[in-house]
Structures are given as C-alpha cells and as structure tokens.
Design a protein around this ligand. Structure first.
Ligand code: GTP
Length: 432
C-alpha cells in the first residue's frame, strides 16, 4: 500500500473515531424529540363519562387558564364502575401516532376532589389483527394508574404501561396479540381511577409530553458498528490490492532478472567462443582444444575408446604470401579451414595450431580410419579451386593415441609424421 493510501486510511480512521464518539455523546445528551400536548394542541379533546354505560356521572371538558380541565361530577347508581375521562384523539383513522419511538412520558397535572389521589392513563393502540375501525373500543388499551405529585411534573417510562387485563378479558384476545404495543396510538385517555369517592372532581392538566430520541442507542450502535465494518472491509480490500500490486511487481522483477540472466549467459557464451576460436578461420585455438579434450574425458565417449590426430600443414605457404600477398594468404587459410570442416565429423575438432598448421582431433577413430580421412583431406585440397587458380597442397602426419598416452606425446608423434611427409616430398600422408 502506498504511503498516501495509508495516510488516507489513518485520517479516515480518526474521523470515524471522532464521529462514533460524537454520535454516542449526541445520542446521550441530545437528539431529543418531544410530542407535547397542552392547550395549544391541535388534537381534538373531549370529555367522556359513564352515562353511555348506564351510569350517572357527568363530565365536562374546557381549555382554561393554560390548562386542559376536566370537571367531573362522579355519581354512583346501579352502574358498578363510575368514571369520567378526558379523551385526546390523535387520529380518527387507523393510522395513529407511533409512540414506541418515545421512551417516557411527563405529566404536569393536578387532581382535585374528595380523596382524588390517583389517575388512570390509557394509550389506545390500533392493531389491524384485533381492532376495527367502526369500534373505537376495539383498540388495545395500555394502561397506567399512578398518583401524580402535587404541583410538579411527573415522568414515567413508557415501559411501565401494561395491557389492561379487563380489556383482554372482555375481548378474548389471543395470547400472541396481548403484548404491549405503542406503534399506532390513536387515542390518549386521562381518567378517574377504579376506586374513587363520589362528588365533584377535577383533572387539571397543564401539559403532557412524550420524550424520546430520534435514534435509539441500539440504532446508533448498529450504525457505528456498520460504519466500522465498512471501514475494515475497505482497509482489507486496499491491503489486498496492494498485495496484488506487490506480487505483480515482484513477478515483473523476477522476469526482468531472468531475462538479464539469459542475456548474460548468451554474452558469456559469445565471449567464451571468442576466447576459444581463431578469429581468422573459425577453427578452435589451443584454449578451445583444451576444453574440447576436457569434454572428451567427461563425456560419454571416453578417450580409451580410441582417438587419432591429424597434423595438416599447407605446403610452401610462404610462397603464396610472397607471390599473392598476405590478404590472399588469409583467404587461402580460411578456405582451407572451411574445406576441412566440411569433410570431418561433427564430433571431430579442427584446431589452428599456428600459422598454416592445423590439427584435426578425431575421437573414437583408429589409425586406419584417421589415415583414410587424412588422405581424403589431402586429395580435396589438391583438387579444390583456389584464388587466382593457384595450386595448393597440404601434407599430413597421423597418429593414434596409445593406451594411457599423454596428449602431448600423441601430438609429438603426429608432428614427427608430418615432418616425414614434408621430407618425403610434401602433398602426402605419413603415419606416426
Ligand atoms: N597470410 C598469412 N600467412 C601466415 C599466417 N600465419 C603464418 N603465415 C605465413 O606462413 C608461412 C609459413 O612459412 P614456413 O613456416 O616457411 O612454411 P612453408 O612456406 O609453408 O613451407 P613448408 O611448411 O615447409 O611447406 C610464413 O610466411 C608466415 O608468414 C597468417 O595468419 N596469414
């Protein structure tokens, strides 16, 4: 990975850390949402009493002196559960208000009346599987009964609400629908409790506030974990890309080194050839001969299998130089080498021993075979066409290596045979 990418990821990590901390702090201390119901509320508020159930209580509602007021003349007759209540309609349709996004409710209210200490609050939740639009009482009743402290606001967590057992009993609600849900509240009711003395009662509610967070702690934590997971994934992906890039660079470097190696090998081979070859004729020089002999010793065809050598020397070559010039002499030497190379086997070696003197080394060749080759060479030279139609001949001395004989001794014997060929009139072959 490049330094620039690493720096970018580090900065991103620091920013993510700060954002995570900031989000947690904001979630804890801020991010508040409030649903307030007071005298300014647009929701429709009505008074309900037990007369519809056959009771005799009379309830009246008014928005007075900065408070929502319910006047209740609670009377008992044959109806067993007399009550008055203030009903706040959050919605007239099935689509209520989602109060599950809030976590507590604050009541700012006073109760007045004989032994009137407690109040009941109902949150009616419309649930499609158990509620019906034409029956307002079919919405699930979540209730809380409590005694608000006089003159001060009272905060209650919404989790303290419970589904009213009397509503469950009345409605015969299946068990899986009997849990407390506040995701679709259509109505809030503030009512007198079950046991209260008859007489004049008053509920004065200055405000009712639902408090919550725009994002719950769980949502914020999920968001933070998701952001970190994405960050880790991006980091890993970058690492993977960097690894691939490193790998490719390494392979390219390896390939480059292999190419350089091959070039060096070729150059070394060329240099070695230059060192081992006579530049004029292309025949081996003495260094080349040394390597050739070493190979013979190490190769599959050991020296013991038989080796012969031919010493070939151009006759009166000095005259060629003197008569035709040194350049023509060079041409003759080159042509001679080419002619010999065309006649010998690939396993044989032609060595320029010096001047116009050449050595042919023939592994795995006995004296008779070597003599035959020497005679063939001599005849080819004598019959070949030479520059300026000159006549060129050569003399040959042939020797076969005896068991365990030093190579230098073999050369000496071939050389001696060559001298004999010269002495005996040239253009001939002598065996050593
Ligand atoms: N053009 C040319 N001449 C060379 C080269 N090397 C040696 N010579 C010549 O070869 C000649 C050898 O002469 P000699 O040693 O007297 O032998 P020769 O004239 O061939 O006589 P014999 O060997 O006795 O038949 C000399 O004149 C050298 O200058 C070469 O590379 N090029």
């Amino acid at each position: 990975m490049s330094n620039r990418t690493i720096n970018f990821l580090r900065i991103a990590m620091v920013i993510l850390m700060l954002l995570s901390m900031g989000l947690l702090i904001w979630q804890h201390f801020g991010m508040s949402r409030v649903l307030r119901i007071d005298t300014q509320t647009p929701y429709q508020i009505t008074a309900l009493d037990d007369r519809s159930q056959g009771g005799a209580s009379v309830a009246k509602f008014a928005r007075n002196q900065g408070a929502l007021q319910l006047q209740c003349d609670l009377q008992k007759n044959q109806y067993e559960w007399p009550f008055c209540e203030m009903s706040i309609a959050l919605s007239n349709t099935a689509q209520g208000v989602d109060l599950s996004k809030f976590d507590r409710v604050v009541f700012d209210m006073d109760l007045r009346g004989p032994e009137f200490k407690k109040v009941r609050v109902y949150l009616r939740n419309f649930e499609a599987d158990i509620s019906k639009l034409d029956d307002p009482l079919s919405s699930k009743v979540n209730e809380l009964e409590f005694a608000p402290p006089k003159g001060e606001a009272f905060s209650v967590p919404l989790k303290y609400f419970r589904v009213a057992s009397w509503w469950v009993d009345d409605r015969d609600v299946p068990i899986f629908s009997s849990d407390m849900r506040l995701d679709n509240v259509t109505q809030i009711e503030i009512a007198t409790p079950g046991k209260v003395q008859t007489g004049l009662h008053q509920i004065e509610m200055r405000a009712l506030e639902f408090h919550g967070k725009w994002l719950s702690l769980t949502q914020v934590l999920t968001l933070i974990v998701a952001a970190w997971l994405i960050f880790c994934f991006v980091w890993l992906f970058m690492e993977l890309l960097a690894y691939r890039e490193r790998d490719q660079t390494k392979r390219a470097r390896m390939h480059e080194l292999e190419t350089i190696n091959r070039v060096l090998e070729i150059q070394a081979e060329v240099l070695s050839n230059k060192i081992q070859l006579d530049p004029l004729t292309g025949a081996l020089n003495r260094e080349g001969l040394r390597d050739f002999l070493l190979q013979q010793w190490q190769g599959e065809m050991p020296m013991s299998a038989g080796m012969s050598v031919l010493f070939a020397d151009l006759d009166h070559f000095k005259r060629v130089n003197d008569h035709y010039g040194h350049a023509v002499g060079d041409t003759v030497l080159r042509q001679f080498a080419q002619l010999v190379l065309s006649e010998i086997r690939s396993s044989d070696a032609l060595v320029r021993w010096g001047g116009e003197e050449f050595l042919v080394v023939c592994p795995n060749t006995d004296l008779a075979q070597a003599a035959k080759l020497a005679e063939k060479l001599r005849a080819s030279v004598a019959n070949a066409a030479w520059p300026d139609s000159m006549t060129v001949t050569c003399s040959c001395g042939v020797a076969m290596r005896a068991q365990g004989e030093e190579f230098s001794s073999l050369i000496e014997r071939a050389d001696a045979a060559l001298y004999r060929a010269k002495d005996n009139g040239r253009n001939r072959v002598e065996l050593g």
